[in-house]
Design a protein around this ligand. Sequence first.
Ligand code: SAH
Length: 513
Amino acid sequence: MAAWARDLIGQFLAPLRCSTADITSHRPRPNKLHPICKNPKPPSIQMSSKKRKALDDVEQSGRKSQAAPASQQSLNVAASDAHFRHLYDRELDFKQLAEKDVNFAAVLQENGHLDFTEPKAVMQLTKTLLSLDFNLKLELPDDRLCPPVPNRHNYILWLKELVDTSSYEPPGRPACGLDIGTGASCIYPLLGTTQRPSWRFVATDIDEKSLQYARENVALNHLEDRITVLGRQPEDTLIPLRGRESEKVIHIDFTMMNPPFYESEDDMLSSAQRKVRPPHSACTGAPVEMVCEGGEIAHISRMLEESLVLKEEVQWYTSMLGKASSVEILVDKLKANGIDNYAITEFIQGNKTRRWALGWSFGPMRPAEHVARVKTSGWKKVSPPVLAIEVLSLHPGRSIDHAITRINEVMRSLELLSWNWDTDARKGTGRTRENVWSRASRRKKMRDQSTSFSVLSSAAPGSDPVQCRLGFDVAVEMGVSTTTVTVHWREGHDAVMFESLAGFLQGKLKDLG
Ligand code: SAH
């Protein structure tokens, strides 16, 4: 079958597929095609430079992945992610950018500096980075926010990991994102769809001018079939899943939002004055973009209120935050509403501007430790429960195979819903409906053994969501000098049960340390 035909079929099939995530999170699946899936066309981005060639490979591999075996898909996604993850690790090299882009050379000062107070220069930097690193085109008006690319890219990097790690599916599963307040640039949907060929977006805004430019930017990049731009009224819900838009937007996997941070123009100005460096004038934005009643806390609280109604209809509700103090306030609100599955991250753009992001879920699938918990000190109090516990640091003289055999013996001796060992990844995934490792539970098992047997023990991951109280990985992780065994919490809401399992395994492996 021709590649284009496969793409076309793949794009039609993607939204109809029933994924493991669908099953495990009890998510109601759409019974109709999402309108943005109605007119699938293969993206027609033309690549030119070397980097674009690399991006093309990524895009190609991602599109092929609709039909590729899961292991190949994982490799493609991993290669693509590795490329994007490290794009802005180092300070931007303006000289190099000027060599690659004549438009950028035209705004660079003779001494090699960029004048950040000059709107034209800042806008050109954004355009140049989008073009060179993502092969994206952008048109912006002078009087709207010009997004700094590395900061916006950070949010997408985090989201990819949030979505990937909170599922039993391999990384890169199809997902539909909602970008609330997409701005004139429509930057998040553009970056998200470029990096994840299986992602689609609904992008909303209340500002007519921004909406007009957002639509133009989507068209400029031939992404109309994957990004739907939707005008909203200030009094509408932030998440258009109910009410007058519910016919158009049928399913959303995650929300994202870069809300107006400030409560008033005074608040915005005093924050700018507190900064060591003057604010980038071209990045300051119009009042509609920066200010809303109650500031970011009110805006995110609105999302929280809506999420309390929609619950698991959306797997992840997320937002960026401009003030560290807001994170604590909002986490308290999550806890007050009984939400225990949440994630916090810190974005450090350059060394000056810090931003945070918060995500929460009503579903049982939990993200990875590094995605959900900020490492830097001071964040312990607000962080979600520990998601990974090291249970063994292997003695240098001990064989890894021996440890793997022991882990499998121990796990198979338990009456789990399922236990699957992945030899290549050196990790196993287990699911259980209750604590089956405590002494009391094992004694009960002995008593019952002669009269009954479990029909559930061969269930595949994701096949019995109702009864699963804990899903976990046991991973053998090889570092430069040490090999460790770590238990990762994958599913469920019971932190005590997770810690108990880790304690049990620690005891069983103790002699190998
Ligand atoms: N996402 C863009 C723009 C962020 S500025 C970026 O990161 O660069 C915040 C945006 O939210 C503005 O475009 C503003 O018009 C929009 N906005 C404010 N209230 C909104 C609401 N109730 N619904 C949707 N968008 C809203």
